[in-house]
Design a protein around this ligand. Structure first.
Ligand code: F6R
Length: 261
């Protein structure tokens, strides 16, 4: 696992945007895995700036969302499909028909999850999966206790995650769903490159447990330790509890400049 400690989220998202641009330059029809929440927001803004100035085009890519709330319609302002439409589809030159999300209103949620897995596999699998991390160590919405081999399925959020998500439900806090559909940890681990971004002190504990703690279902993000190409990009406050922070910095500054993340 590569840990990159940056001085600011802006510096971090520039690195991730470079990696994405390199991927798309190599493969115009690359498959991206999109996450939602506040962590990837500055990245989507940076990608928007690059598309606006012609430095990047995502016209050929396909994308799969990581997760979705159960019971929210696709056009609900808080649904992840709407959030991605607002932050990515409306902002970048990505083809809306090539962006897929889970339907949290499907009558048969298990069939929806199975079908989603099949669609990802039929597309050839995810090349680059963006991830955030929950304060309890979740990735996607795989809460503590999730099987490290889990597949896309329905999950019940912890009370802490429900509380963390209230900020996205302004004036309707009682509507924060307790159930979600999420790619499983086994599903996520099949992506060819995982890029987890975390900003701010509030993530420091979860980041330290994920990177330096034991591999355990109690911290689902620790599953990244199993992946052959996982990159964790953190700002200084989010890196605040990492024991080997000096080493990670040393490794990064010692890297040849041609080698991206
Ligand atoms: C959302 C997702 C979640 C978030 C996590 C952190 O698609 O996968 O795992 O990444 O809850 O959320 P933020 O970034 O809002 O702190």
């Amino acid at each position: 696992m590569e840990v990159v400690v940056v001085d600011s989220p802006e510096e971090g998202v520039a690195l991730v945007a470079d990696a994405l641009a390199t991927l798309v330059a190599r493969r115009v029809d690359a498959i991206l895995g999109l996450s939602t929440g506040s962590s990837p927001e500055p990245l989507y803004e940076e990608l928007g700036r690059r598309c606006d100035t012609g430095r990047l085009s995502l016209q050929g890519v396909r994308a799969f969302l990581l997760d979705e709330y159960v019971g929210l319609a696709a056009d609900d302002p808080a649904s992840y499909r709407t959030t991605i439409r607002r932050q990515v589809v409306d902002r970048l030159d990505i083809d809306p028909d090539r962006v897929s999300g889970l339907d949290g209103m499907a009558l048969d949620l298990s069939a929806e999850c199975r079908d989603y897995e099949a669609r990802i596999a039929a597309a050839g699998g995810v090349d680059l999966q963006l991830l955030g991390i929950g304060t309890d160590g979740h990735i996607g919405f795989n809460e503590p206790g999730s099987s490290l081999g889990s597949r896309t399925r329905i999950k019940t959020l912890t009370e802490q995650t429900v509380a963390d998500n209230r900020r996205f439900f302004v004036d309707r806090e009682q509507d924060v769903p307790r159930h979600v559909l999420t790619q499983g940890i086994g599903t996520i681990l099949e992506a060819r490159h995982l890029v987890l971004m975390a900003w701010g002190e509030g993530k420091a504990d979860a980041v330290a447990r994920a990177i330096e703690g034991p591999l355990t279902a109690l911290c689902p993000a620790s599953a990244l330790q199993l992946h052959p190409h996982a990159t964790v990009v953190v700002d200084v406050p989010a890196a605040g509890r990492l024991a080997l922070v000096d080493y990670y910095r040393w490794v990064y500054v010692s890297k040849p400049s041609w080698q991206g993340i």
